[in-house]
Design a binder for this molecule. Structure first.
Ligand SMILES: Cc1ncc(COP(=O)(O)O)c(C=O)c1O
Ligand SMILES: Nc1c(O)cccc1C(=O)C[C@H](N)C(=O)O
Length: 424
């Protein structure tokens, strides 16, 4: 399709968009009475209107039933999390028994590393991406310290080539082969938070396994954003936060995946708690831990129901729409944003550069723009004029046109505001 940078054309695209109506499911902040153009759903998704009723339901059950709510509320709390298994499994391409919700992302990755990072004298290295999200870097460093290694000997970063913004698949595969028998674990962000690059998770997982390592994925920027087939790709484990593309609310619960081949493996150590114990026997208060056969067996504590409530509301919205419809709009609206950026760039002779891969199979809902010759002033101008983006040092703004609630008209309007901002 040949795009045009006009209001009429943006409206035409909106009229063809089957997801257009879903904007009304969300609450947008307003600046001077007007809804903002929200490009930071890759950091914190907007609040779905239906979330409040789910939270109110728990508050009411707590008020009216108190402790009895665990078993006798309409959505009993003791197995509330099980309502996520079906819809979540569809989002990440898993069996329902392979997914669970618990804790928060970095905590879950640590807990999963208890099972899947068990270094030996000869096989102790972790492969990750250069400039991974800082929390992941701290996690790797503290994990290798915990096992008695130094980060510089145990952590192997895959570097970008000189002058390039993204990591080449061939370099990931070469590094896996090079580290070979010393490789214990590959753990990479499925979508890089800074550039928006989507990694070829299937190929990298197979390569890690060929080298004899476990392979896990931090799916913070991937879950609810890209097509995942975690079961078929034979990924060992993964975890994600739900507050970005899944709109569950600030700091909310994480989801995790453990492949079924590991469900009945008594050799895998884990940190246990009563919520991972055989659920039929949980309240018999037995002494010996008997893990649930599934990702639920990695749970530790009983769940924060007030947090899960808005997550459930949002996940049901995803289930209604389906990942395929989301992805199809995602690709179109991201390409339209790319087109508009390039048109504005030509019009104002500016020098910004999109550092996200141009190849649609290597990107999803995010374009990161390096502002050569422009500084924070432009970012501040956008924010003041109703465009919510984020700024990442040294000079990048990230734009995530989330398909659930971004319209093509928003993209056109953004282009006009950007142009005025550059010419200010
Ligand atoms: C790639 C990635 N990893 C880890 C985190 C940390 O998440 P949390 O604070 O929920 O542990 C984030 C986002 O904050 C992230 O984007
Ligand atoms: N969770 C966040 C927060 O509480 C404050 C500021 C930012 C965040 C984020 O999630 C950042 C996000 N992971 C990122 O990609 O930048």
């Amino acid at each position: 399709m040949t795009f045009q940078n006009t209001l009429e054309f943006a409206k035409l695209l909106d009229s063809q968009d089957q997801l257009y109506k879903y904007q009304d499911e969300f609450i947008f902040p307003r600046i001077k009475g007007e809804k903002v153009i929200y490009f930071t759903g890759n950091s914190l998704g907007l609040q779905p209107k239906r979330s409040k009723a789910y939270v109110d339901e728990v508050m009411n059950d707590w008020a009216n039933l108190a402790v009895e709510g665990h078993f006798y509320s309409e959505k009993p709390w003791w197995d509330y999390h099980e309502r996520f298994a079906n819809p979540l499994s569809k989002i990440v391409g898993a069996l329902p028994s392979e997914v669970t919700v618990m804790n928060t992302l970095t905590v879950n990755l640590h807990l999963l590393m208890v099972s899947f990072y068990r270094p030996t004298k000869t096989r102790y290295k972790i492969i990750c991406e250069e400039k991974a999200f800082p929390s992941d870097q701290y996690m790797f460093q503290s994990q290798v310290h915990f096992h008695g290694y130094k980060p510089e000997e145990a952590i192997v970063e895959i570097k970008r080539r000189e002058g390039e913004h993204n990591i080449r698949l061939e370099d990931v595969l070469a590094k896996i082969e090079e580290v070979g028998e010393e490789l214990a674990l590959v753990l990479i962000g499925g979508v890089n938070y800074y550039t928006g690059q989507v990694f070829d998770m299937k190929t990298i997982t197979a390569a890690g396994h060929k080298a004899g390592a476990y392979v896990g994925w931090d799916l913070a920027h991937a879950a609810g954003n890209v097509k995942l087939e975690l079961h078929d790709w034979k990924v060992d484990f993964a975890a994600w936060c739900s507050y970005k593309y899944m709109n569950s609310g600030p700091g909310n619960a994480s989801g995790c995946f453990v492949h079924e081949i590991h469900h009945n493996n008594p050799e895998l150590p884990r940190f246990a708690g009563w919520w991972g114990h055989n659920k039929e026997r949980r309240f018999k208060m037995e002494q010996t831990f008997d893990p649930i056969h599934g990702a639920d067996g990695w749970q530790i504590s009983n769940l924060p129901i007030l947090s899960l409530a808005p997550y459930l509301a949002s996940i049901e919205l995803f289930d209604e729409i389906g990942m395929d419809a989301l992805i199809s709009k995602r690709d179109k609206i991201t390409s339209y944003l790319e087109f508009v950026l390039k048109e504005i760039d030509k019009e104002v002779y500016s020098t910004f550069e999109i550092i996200t891969p141009a190849n649609p199979s290597e990107r999803a809902s995010q374009l990161s723009v390096l502002l050569h010759g422009e500084g924070r002033g432009l970012f501040d101008y956008l924010m003041k004029h109703g465009v919510i983006t984020d700024w990442r040092e040294p000079n990048v703004i990230r734009l995530a046109p989330v398909p659930l609630y971004t319209s093509f008209k928003d993209i056109y309007r953004f282009g006009q505001i950007l142009k005025a901002g550059i010419l200010r």
